[in-house]
Design a protein around this ligand. Structure first.
Ligand SMILES: Cc1ncc(COP(=O)(O)O)c(C=O)c1O
Length: 373
């Protein structure tokens, strides 16, 4: 057993839940009461550290919310929209579309710009629409579209939000902590991510970094009792506690994960490790003859979509199962316009893990007689 994993666990080359360190898992071997002073300190420190990571301590608040990432996006959208608000959503993947689904379900008026999954969202469209439709009050988009692996340009949209006095929501689920970002320049009113992505915690809750001024305006707007971001923040501020049962073990793990992020050298070092994982991966897959779904200029270093090789012997289910038997967990594709599988570069993984995966992929392709040019 190495320092980072458990003996029987396979490394997860997935978009999350991810492989976590052994010490993160060990941090959960406690039963702390939700009103315990030690637990309240953990919650306080998590909230402060998340603001520090983004360098947003002065003007922003950190709200933790039970549930997966989608719960946090829904809580934010359901709370931030005034009764007469209208949101412009930019979508080039499943997670942009999910925001459309949330707006639809919550009966929030919206406009959507939908792009093919291999194309970045277009800032000029945003400018056009903001000029055309004065009833728009909010803009929402995804930073790292985990569907494909594409990274959208959020700072240019943030600048337009500033210029047109609109509120701006960024789904930073798979980028926060893993892609170096000048969050001050991005000018988002709400930045949303979750515990089991690039901070390398375990699933159970998400977090929202919200501009204090914007959050304060939302009192009474929430379309849900449990997913009321403003009430959740007020609860955390008043007595340090969650309003409803907190995921105590996941929070303990996350606190440890934040310490390990610091020990690694912060977001800069973590992003460099993920980039090294990514570079090892694509150098190897290109050598094997596999092709990426995205153009290199749009591709982020978080997760890569690979086109199914055009060979009659290639069968993804078989490829996946054989890799799994060898101890490697990859991920199916999610884009609608091509047959792909995905390999994640995040979590407690290192270039040596990527190399081990590449070796297993080579063996599997040979075993199944998939010969690629
Ligand atoms: C960009 C993005 N947004 C939203 C989500 C939804 O998060 P969850 O599956 O935790 O609800 C994910 C999950 O991978 C994601 O990558």
């Amino acid at each position: 057993m190495d320092n980072f994993s458990c003996a029987n666990d396979k490394p997860l080359f997935t978009p999350g839940p991810l492989t976590t360190s052994r010490t993160v898992k060990q941090a959960m071997l406690r039963d702390l009461g939700s009103r315990d002073g030690e637990f309240l300190r953990v919650v306080r420190e998590i909230r402060a550290k998340l603001l520090d990571i983004a360098n947003l301590r002065d003007e922003y608040e950190c709200v933790l919310m039970q549930g997966s990432g989608t719960f946090c996006i829904e809580a934010t959208m359901g709370t931030m929209m005034p009764p007469d608000g209208k949101i412009l959503i930019l979508a080039n993947g499943a997670y942009g579309k999910r925001m459309v689904g949330i707006a639809d379900t919550l009966k929030i008026p919206f406009s959507v710009f939908e792009y093919p999954e291999h194309c970045k969202t277009n800032t000029r469209d945003v400018e056009f629409e903001l000029t055309r439709d004065a009833s728009l009050t909010h803009i929402a988009m995804v930073h790292s579209e985990t569907t494909s692996g594409l990274v959208n340009e959020i700072a240019t949209v943030g600048a337009l939000a500033r210029q047109f006095h609109k509120k701006f929501l960024v789904d930073a689920m798979s980028s926060f902590g893993g892609i170096e970002t000048d969050w001050r320049a991005v000018n988002a009113d709400y930045i949303v991510s979750s515990a089991n992505k690039c901070i390398e915690g375990v699933p159970g809750f998400g977090f929202v970094l919200a501009k204090r001024e914007s959050l304060l305006q939302t009192k009474g707007w929430a379309r849900s009792l449990a997913l009321d971001l403003c009430a959740q923040w007020k609860g955390l501020e008043s007595d340090g506690q969650f309003r409803f049962t907190p995921p105590t073990h996941a929070l303990l793990a996350f606190h440890q994960a934040l310490l390990e992020l610091e020990q690694e050298g912060g977001v800069k070092a973590r992003a460099a490790r993920y980039r090294a994982n990514y570079e090892t991966l694509i150098a190897g897959t290109r050598a094997l003859g596999l092709r990426e779904y995205l153009e290199a200029r749009d591709q982020g270093h978080i997760i890569v979509s690979f086109l199914y090789p055009e060979h009659p012997n290639f069968d993804f289910k078989n490829f996946y199962a054989r890799l799994n038997e060898k101890g490697f967990v990859i991920y199916p594709g999610k884009v609608g316009n091509a047959n792909c599988f995905r390999i994640g570069c995040i979590g407690r993984l290192f270039p040596s893990d990527m190399q081990n995966l590449l070796n297993a992929m080579q063996t599997t392709l040979q075993e199944t007689q998939v010969t690629l040019a």
